[in-house]
Ligand binder design. Sequence first.
Ligand code: NAD
Ligand code: K
Ligand code: MN
Length: 346
Amino acid sequence: RQSLRIGLIPADGIGREVIPAAKEAIIALGSDIPKPEFVDLIAGWECFTRTGVALPEETVDALKNDCDCALFGSVSSPSRRVVGYSSPIVALRKEMDLYANIRPVMSVYPSQKPSIDLIVVRENTECLYVKQETQQQGEHGREARATRLITERASRRIGQMAFELAHARPRKHLTIIHKSNVLSVTDGLFRETVRGVPLLPEVNGKYNDVEIAEQLVDSAVYRLFREPEVFDVMVAPNLYGDILSDAAAALVGSLGLIPSVNAGDNFVMGEPVHGSAPDIAGKGIANPLASIRSAALMLRRLGYIKGADRLDLAVDQVIREGEILTPDLHGKSTTQEVLAAVLKNL
Ligand code: NAD
Ligand code: K
Ligand code: MN
């Protein structure tokens, strides 16, 4: 391919401030990647209020047929139920079969203690996010129920992804997160299936060098705050992975630093872990570094290692120098100023 077609879905709130910054950083890579061509796509709450659809068919079609990869910003999903609305990011992950959400969390400053260098591998298609909720009138008022789906297939493939990542890292350590002491059927299936991955015939002993640990999700959060250095790769069902990665983000300073990729076997979509941040949206002070790092993760998964390394190094340098930072990192700079500092390093 002569060019790299990148779908851009800024969606809502600060997504519209940080995704354009990531785009500029990608352009600055020049010939280290194939010539980028950007495909502007819409989705989100604002899209829903304007068009009645949160995830237009054209967006999904363009991703499937016209893009090599994508970057997603953040959506503003309302906390109340809105008829006809459903979070487009949850739908996109399922629609594009992006079954793994890979979220690296690393200490910002080399001197930071305790030192944190972990990856949360979050199952991305099922658990409570199948969103099958019902409500009915019961004997003592309304009763609400939700279905929590855990399948062997999804647990196996997220397990494979997690073992592959752990196997490639120096420490080769994997912690399985679950709550099987209470949810022995659903989390039991997740735990047992992930544990079985190294024994699969097709794996052929490849993961025998990975040390396996497991931890109940509540004590995993406790441990994350007390001794985060024990964790290397953590694999978790969807909801636990969502919560654990925000918790880990707090330990390294800001959600505005934490990138992710939504990965499947055939497509990859970078996405900052944070949401649309209505408290700071429109002020021009959103931290663009999580999105630039998400672009790096996306490029790395596509095999453009040099481009990815350059983005990461440029971001690291801005953080290390500590002079041009947004307010979430106790700085006074704007999104544009931080972007300019990254571009200068590139
Ligand atoms: P949030 O991640 O949007 O914000 C949490 C806190 O972190 C806020 O104080 C915010 O200002 C700060 N923050 C987040 N990103 C930042 C950045 N780049 N720079 C500086 N500060 C940053 O979480 P929330 O407030 O709970 O949710 C807001 C909305 O986002 C909700 O509608 C929620 O549904 C949505 N959301 C979407 C996604 C997604 O798109 N995948 C993820 C999480 C939340
Ligand atoms: K996001
Ligand atoms: Mn989240």
